[in-house]
Design a protein around this ligand. Structure first.
Ligand code: ADP
Ligand code: MG
Length: 728
């Protein structure tokens, strides 16, 4: 084994779990201690300011500058008490990473000394030089100004010595340059659309919240092995590597005992998460070796998403302490499962009613059915857009590759809810919807079986599954900002609810009761969703692909094409009618997405080419020299019979030549394709050209992986899958 690889593997294997220093308090005592939450607000703000801020958070009432000054003053005191020296506006540009620019709190006090200062103005707005963030040409670089503006609904938090203020990021002319601004608009749209319907059932409802519970999957790799893999370091995934003899075929990793180094990492991650007010609940081994998952208790969508963004940063910092690197890439290793971020999503009223769970009585059940069916209709109508919302260069490796999720967005209901929908079509509108068991079954009554909450038969192949009291959108990538998907989902549902309410109003105006009118408006929608979007079978089969095409569901697999969906007429109508995006914004964001796509593939292609030429071919030739020297020796010793005796060596040397030649030819062709793509001016065409390059990379990988099988273990320069995946 090459000296370097041998040492690295040995050292990695010998590492022991760290002792984590847990706070000497129970978790509930330090939960949220790094967040300026209501408890801290009460302590650091005077009563009037506190209530003004709470009103702003809960009801969107704007703060005047004078009050904002006082809020900033309170925040500053709280922060100084926690050792803070810097502040930053913390925002979510279109890069899928968060951004921060720190300023110290120090100012001259005009009396010859220094003072810590922080006022309302700098709380509310900042003007980072934004010319280097992707904007799709909305801001020509000479007009580089972009603003960050405080989002009071997500509490400020402390990271190290810095007070972080969650903000939206918008251009000088008001277009959103980030993920948060459109998400907040979509959340308002869905509340505005849902409230009038809820009020027919409960006049007390004033607001509907959208909830998100994300499940974050990730891989851990020992940091020394990681550092020996240029592909992991630069692209987040292995571009080459033969499958390990043992991988996930024994199903012995899923839910298995957590390795102690990993457990120590998880423990520290949770402690840091609790301090930041993130209610982490679940942790476990995932299906693939060295793959893990954690999930918090769900929360309000905007806040939950901020927390996911926060914890993704924290994950890597904590991992490094434990000698690991976190891989959030959707497909770091070929041949084993990739990582997603299931988005559990539901709606609930400010009166505490979940709108996607059966109610307490027939009326509550009717309300549930109304929302349930309308969500399905929204997903049906915008299935292509939902897929576009999760499409990226990295997630492309999961889409349509026979693993969750398939590249067709359908919805899984499970037997119980499917039966309920069929039954509803059979009975007259207005028939009470009961929970089975409570009232005793009788013909003509629609019943939601009591067992169904625990009985949400699992279908891992469905990208959008009903799981008893929520839908689980499973197509989101592990590295993604959930806001992209959540904006589209909430917007689509808002549009559908508005449409439904208009139909319902007509039925009510005709003098029908709510029970009859609601079902009369719902029945055509039920028929349509059963025929089109609902699918409980295996989403990976070719039959389903054919059937889905027949049903008119989108089956596109090219990411650049998927991105185009954002500017198709039905999407433009959706976003503009709800005031979420203008056409200009949508076009600009598409430019950004295509640009990011092209650049990510470009980086992979470069890394692939250089590793092939600088790592693989030299190793292969070195091995070949060994073989040929061996043949030459044989010839010396056995001049008459060497040909038979050197048969294997010659055959191997021959194979090496052929594979090296194949790699060289393919790399040269790929470099030419890149040159051609780089000359393209139009972002869409360039992304399409890079899509073809992405499709060609497995062709280069194949002879490399063959060589890994042939070349002697000593000479192979890169840590192998069996080393990357089984050391922890
Ligand atoms: P799974 O069995 O799907 O792996 P997990 O326990 O890993 O479940 O994660 C489920 C996620 O769904 C958690 O974040 C949980 O809080 C969240 N969740 C539960 N109920 C709801 C709901 N009504 N709305 C949104 N999210 C929810
Ligand atoms: Mg889970």
């Amino acid at each position: 084994m090459s000296k370097l690889r041998f040492d690295v593997v040995q050292d990695a294997f010998k590492k022991k779990a760290l002792d984590v220093e847990a706070p000497a308090k129970r978790p509930s005592a330090y939960f949220g201690e790094l967040v300026f939450n209501r408890e801290q607000m009460r302590k650091y703000l005077d009563v009037k300011v506190f209530y003004a801020l709470v009103d702003c958070i809960d009801n969107g009432r704007p703060l005047d500058l004078e009050t904002a000054d006082k809020v900033a003053g309170g925040m500053k005191e709280w922060a100084l008490d926690h050792g803070v020296t810097h502040i930053t506006h913390w925002f979510q540009p279109l890069t899928d990473l968060t951004a921060e620019k720190h300023d110290s709190l120090m100012e001259y006090d005009n009396k010859g000394g220094m003072i810590e200062s922080f006022d309302g103005k700098s709380l509310i707005q900042q003007e980072p030089d934004a010319s280097s963030f992707p904007s799709g040409g909305i801001r020509a670089t000479f007009e580089a100004r972009g603003y960050t503006a405080w989002d009071p609904t997500s509490p400020v938090f402390i990271q190290g010595d810095t007070l972080c203020i969650p903000t939206v990021f918008i251009s000088y002319t008001g277009e959103a340059l980030d993920y948060k601004a459109p998400l907040k608009k979509a959340l308002k749209a869905v509340s505005d659309a849902a409230v009038p319907i809820c009020r027919l059932f409960d006049p007390e409802v004033n607001k509907v919240n959208s909830y998100l519970g994300w499940e974050q999957e990730y891989f851990l790799v020992d940091e020394d092995l990681y550092a020996a893999r240029p592909d992991l370091m630069l692209t987040g995934r292995t571009l080459m590597g033969h499958a390990s003899s043992k991988s996930q075929q024994l199903d012995d990793h899923y839910f298995a005992a957590i390795p102690s180094r990993v457990a120590a990492f998880m423990q520290e991650l949770e402690i840091e998460g609790y301090k930041l007010g993130i209610p982490i609940k679940t942790r476990h081994n995932e299906v693939a070796p060295n793959q893990f998952e954690f999930a918090p208790i769900y929360g309000e969508c905007n806040l939950a998403n901020d927390q996911n963004q926060m914890i993704m940063n924290v994950m890597n910092k904590v991992a490094r302490k434990h000698g690991f690197v976190v891989l959030l890439h959707e497909k770091p290793f070929a041949g084993i499962n990739g990582s997603g971020k299931h988005n559990n999503w539901s709606l609930g009223t400010d009166t505490g009613t979940s709108l996607l769970a059966p109610g307490k009585d027939p009326k509550g059940n009717l309300q549930f059915i109304v929302f349930f069916v309308n969500v399905l209709a929204a997903v049906q109508r915008h299935n292509a857009l939902l897929k576009a919302s999760i499409a990226s260069a990295t997630n492309a490796h999961r889409l349509g590759a026979n693993e969750a999720p398939p590249a067709i967005v359908s919805a899984f209901l499970g037997n119980a809810m499917t039966d309920v929908l069929h039954k509803l079509l059979e009975v007259p509108s207005g028939t009470p919807i009961e929970i089975a068991g409570k009232k005793g079954a009788s013909v003509g009554i629609v019943e939601i079986p009591q067992i169904f909450l625990d009985n949400t038969d699992r279908n891992r192949t469905s990208p959008f599954a009903f799981t008893g009291n929520r839908f689980e959108f499973r197509a989101v990538g592990s590295s993604a900002n959930c806001a992209g998907a959540m904006t589209v989902l909430n917007a689509a549902v808002a549009q559908q609810l508005n449409k439904y309410k208009a139909d319902l109003d007509k039925e009510l105006a005709a003098g029908k009761s709510l029970e009859v009118a609601a079902m009369d408006s719902l029945k055509p929608i039920i028929r349509s969703v059963i025929d089109v979007v609902c699918f409980d079978g295996n989403g990976y089969t070719d039959e389903w692909k054919k059937e889905a095409a027949r049903r008119g569901l989108d089956a596109e697999t090219s990411v650049p094409e998927m991105i185009r969906t954002f500017t198709k007429p039905e999407s433009v109508e959706l976003f503009t009618s709800l005031g979420i995006h203008s056409l200009k914004e949508l076009e600009a964001r598409n430019e950004v997405k295509w640009d990011i796509y092209s650049k990510k593939v470009q980086i992979e292609a470069r890394v692939m080419g250089r590793m092939a030429v600088n790592h693989i071919i030299p190793a292969a030739l070195e091995y070949q020299s060994k073989l040929l020297k061996n043949v030459a020796l044989m010839k010396e010793v056995w001049p008459d019979s060497f040909k038979e005796k050197a048969g294997v060596a010659l055959e191997l040397a021959d194979q090496v030549s052929a594979l090296v030649q194949e790699i060289r030819t393919k790399v040269d062709a790929m470099v030419e394709a890149r040159k051609k793509a780089n000359r393209m001016e139009d972002e869409y065409s360039k992304a399409c050209a890079y899509h073809e390059i992405a499709e060609s990379l497995p062709g280069i990988r194949q002879p490399i992986d063959r060589l890994e099988e042939i070349v002697d273990n000593d000479t192979w320069p890169l840590p192998k899958y069996r080393e990357l995946l089984f050391i922890n």
